[in-house]
Design a protein around this ligand. Structure first.
Ligand SMILES: Nc1ncnc2c1ncn2[C@@H]1O[C@H](COP(=O)(O)OP(=O)(O)OP(=O)(O)O)[C@@H](O)[C@H]1O
Ligand SMILES: [Mg+2]
Length: 263
């Protein structure tokens, strides 16, 4: 791809106290592509997303979005840039005291001077898109886990962002709803030419919507490429992940169980 990246991550190092989680991450994300970020639980995927949207400050390294280095922006600059970004958090992170409708319209109320009637229409459209028609007046506590995720997605896309970051959008959802979300993400990409960055463990989803996969391991990006390229990778860690093979340690555990159960 020859285009200029819309998101550029350079030598990003991130730590929580003494624990260094990202150890020099480099990643380019191109306009209009959908990229899946894969990696073992705890390897730093959510941490990387939080740094990419400027919610956390790196120890060193940079994140550049649309040519602007996010940590060099002042507050106004950040607000302007973040209007172009949507984020679906791993936990959905809805405001519990607000209705679903108010959650979805919150970014519009905060960042635009649209008329209330327009905001209402836009909110309804986004709720329709995620299959939550008629749930405007529900509180998050009255929704199922999957519905919360979808409401979070409706909020993330309320401003029609250029880049949408999703942290495990379909984790914990039933397969039908999960497939629906994958389709929705594909639709957003096609209809709005959105750039989409998705952290996921669902391999089926990856092969449905990802143009490219970035695989994280030990605080770095181990491999980046099209699903086809990664399938053909000779790296044993990439293969273990894509083929869902258990750790050696887990195989030993299996052996142990067989020994004590005598079969
Ligand atoms: N707020 C925090 N304070 C301290 N340590 C943290 C914090 N958030 C994450 N960590 C640590 O950083 C590491 C990476 O966490 P992160 O949430 O980025 O992983 P992940 O790849 O998203 O995992 P999962 O697939 O389970 O969501 C973990 O060891 C975790 O314990
Ligand atoms: Mg995570």
């Amino acid at each position: 791809m020859e285009k200029e990246p819309i998101v550029k991550v350079r030598n990003l190092v991130a730590a929580y106290g003494d624990l260094t989680v990202l150890k020099g991450v480099d990643l380019d994300i191109y306009p209009g592509e959908s990229i899946a970020i894969l990696g073992r639980s705890g390897c730093g995927k959510s941490t990387l997303l939080r740094h990419m949207i400027g919610l956390a400050k790196p120890k060193s390294g940079t994140v550049t979005i649309k040519g602007q280095e996010i940590n060099s922006l002042n507050e106004d600059g950040k607000v302007e840039l973040f209007k172009k970004i949507g984020m679906l958090f791993q936990s959905a992170a809805l405001f519990n005291s607000m209705t679903v409708g108010d959650n979805v319209s919150f970014p519009l109320r905060e960042h635009t001077s649209l008329e209330e009637s327009t905001i209402q229409i836009m909110t309804k459209m986004k709720l329709d898109m995620v299959g939550l028609t008629g749930f405007d007046d529900f509180k998050p506590a009255q929704l199922s886990g999957g519905m919360k995720k979808r409401a979070g997605l409706a909020r993330a896309i309320s401003m029609d962002p250029e880049v949408l970051f999703c942290d495990e959008p379909s984790a914990g959802l039933d397969p039908v709803v999960a497939a629906g979300l994958d389709n929705l993400i594909l639709k957003l990409k096609k209809a709005f030419k959105m750039t989409i960055v998705v952290v996921t463990h669902e391999m089926e989803s990856v092969f449905t919507f990802a143009d490219r996969i970035a695989m994280m391991h030990l605080g770095k990006i181990l491999a980046v490429g099209t699903p086809e390229e990664l399938k053909n990778s000779s790296d044993p860690i990439v293969q273990q992940f894509l083929n869902r093979e258990p750790d050696k340690e887990e195989i030993d555990r299996d052996q142990y169980l067989k020994t004590i159960l005598g079969s």
